[in-house]
Design a protein around this ligand. Structure first.
Ligand SMILES: O=C(O)[C@H](O)[C@@H](O)[C@H](O)[C@H](O)COP(=O)(O)O
Length: 223
């Protein structure tokens, strides 16, 4: 694990946006398209706004979320809506969004209709993860109903997930799908998350799921 400690959150957003833009450019030099897998939640907003203005061939970038809350687009907790407002604007509006939610009642019903959209997207070219103070990442929550299935080496790409701390039902990419990424970055802010990160180094991923992704990751942190 490599940890970059930034003087403040604004500098973190600029530095991380630069690192992500460079990685996407490098990937586009050798591949037809780059698959860029990103977190929802509140932390990445500033980074996404900075990244959305980057000069790169966004038409060849395919963006999808690590996970989504099973709510309709437009809902206050929709990661898809958040992503459209923060990342998929400015130059990045030319990118293609691979949907992680549809009109189905439940994630179980929705997954069969979403799988085809992921054809050709693995391995992920560039993965950005967030983390909760309980050590969850994507919707891999400690204690979640299908965590063991989602963490298994033969897990399917997409799984429904329900957990006490999750609010609504979720859909998440599985551990092997995320772990196969060519490059991984983790964005965390604040002292509380820093302490969780330290605890997670070498911890059991069933207890602190972020632990599964730290070895090869660059972690970007500011207080
Ligand atoms: O839908 C979600 O909630 C996310 O994708 C999730 O995994 C997120 O990255 C963390 O919960 C951190 O969220 P914050 O950035 O809001 O703290």
């Amino acid at each position: 694990m490599k940890l970059i400690d930034y003087p403040d959150r604004e500098i973190l957003a600029m530095g991380l946006a630069d690192a992500l833009a460079s990685s996407l450019k490098n990937s586009l030099m050798v591949h037809d398209h780059a698959s860029f897998c990103v977190p929802g939640g509140s932390s990445p907003g500033e980074t996404f706004r900075a990244l959305s203005g980057a000069r790169l061939d966004w038409e060849r970038v395919h963006v999808f979320l690590n996970d989504e809350r099973w709510v309709p687009e437009g809902h206050a907790r929709s990661n898809t809506s958040l992503l459209k407002r923060t990342l998929l604007t400015d130059r990045a509006a030319a990118a293609t969004l691979v949907p992680l939610v549809n009109e189905a009642e439940t994630p179980e019903d929705g997954i069969p209709g979403l799988i085809d959209g992921f054809e050709g997207e693995l391995p992920i070219s560039l993965l950005l993860l967030g983390m909760g103070t309980d050590g969850h990442t994507a919707s891999l929550f400690p204690g979640a109903d299908r965590l063991a299935e989602a963490m298994a080496p033969d897990a399917p790409l997409l799984l429904p997930m329900r957990a006490e701390g999750a609010g609504e039902p979720r859909i998440t990419l599985s551990r092997p799908a995320l772990e196969g990424a060519m490059e991984t970055h983790v964005l965390i802010m604040g002292e509380e998350k820093r302490a969780v990160l330290e605890k997670a180094r070498g911890a059991d991923p069933m207890e602190l799921p972020i632990a599964a992704f730290l070895n090869d990751a660059t972690v970007h942190w500011a207080a």
